[in-house]
Write a protein that binds this ligand. Structure first.
Ligand code: PLP
Length: 278
């Protein structure tokens, strides 16, 4: 495959040549935010939601908004590189200081990086993936609603899950389940979907919003209310979702099988509805 082209601070250049200063505050302090946008069959899914969430994350951290249009840059990267399905990555940091100090210099220009990676088609016939997940304490900070690049707790949990043969880790605070390390989470019991309320303990996941919307359009009741580990283990189905996974069924959590331990009916139905409306 030819080398990918990245956009960095006004230039389009081969990915291996995209370099950032060691005085970048994203590198020094983790002061950065990101977005992942999925392009399906040549068009972006929920672009406006991603733009709005990025804007909010930047505002919450007091990082200047980029002046360039990230959607235009993304479209150019996709068109120029002949991609149909792609995962687009936006990464913005507070910018480059002249020294390392907690208080940033005034009027820093944010560092703006955009990369498009080709993605295999989420073939509808293939259906949702089934995965096994590990339960793990949620050791993240108290602003999980900001899509920050500080993902060390998420990475630690996912690496541990992978080492133990699981594909995702599910966070809980005390007995309350929050979300996956990189996924929103729903349980289904007796036909009712339930998910953690949208507060500072979870990311405002765009897939979560889409799943709720699709459910409401199909008269499926949705409750946004905290639930416990025991409630999750006793659910008929557990679903995770994200921009790139779309929807997957969790068939096993630690050593407990969920429902009948097979790909769930709801997951299959939602996956189909998702692509019908995409
Ligand atoms: C912690 C966390 N929760 C949920 C999600 C899913 O978010 P979205 O549906 O916007 O991709 C992600 C995606 O990266 C995430 O990192």
């Amino acid at each position: 495959m030819p080398q990918l082209i990245a956009y960095l601070n006004g230039s389009y250049l081969p990915l291996s040549q995209a370099k950032v200063s060691v005085l970048d505050r994203g590198f020094l302090f983790g002061e950065g935010v990101y977005e992942v946008v999925y392009h399906h069959a040549g068009k972006p899914i929920a672009m406006q939601d991603h733009e709005l969430r990025l804007k909010r994350s930047l505002d919450e951290l007091g990082i200047a908004q980029p002046t360039e249009s990230l959607s235009d840059i993304s479209q150019k990267l996709i068109t120029d590189q002949g991609m149909d399905n792609a995962k687009i990555y936006w990464h913005i940091t507070r910018g480059v200081d002249t020294t390392r100090q907690h208080i940033p210099e005034k009027n820093l220009k944010p560092t703006v990086l955009v990369i498009a990676w080709p993605e295999p088609d989420h073939a509808i016939a293939q259906g949702p993936e089934t995965i096994k997940a590990l339960l793990t304490p949620d050791i993240r900070w108290q602003r999980c609603d900001i899509k920050s690049t500080m993902l060390a707790p998420n990475c630690i949990a996912k690496i541990r899950a992978q080492q133990l043969g699981f594909q995702e880790a599910i966070f809980h605070r005390d007995q309350i389940v929050t979300e996956g390390t990189s996924t929103c989470l729903f349980i289904i019991k007796e036909g009712i979907l339930q998910t953690h309320p949208q507060d500072h303990w979870i990311l405002p996941s765009i897939t979560r919003k889409q799943i709720i919307q699709i459910a409401r359009e199909h008269q499926i009741p949705v409750i946004e209310k905290p639930f416990t580990i025991d409630q999750m283990l006793g659910a008929d189905e557990v679903l995770i979702g994200s921009t790139t996974t779309i929807i997957a069924t969790v068939t096993q959590i630690d050593d407990h099988l969920i429902g009948d331990g097979k790909s769930g009916t709801f997951a299959k139905q939602f996956f189909k509805w998702f692509f019908e409306q995409a």
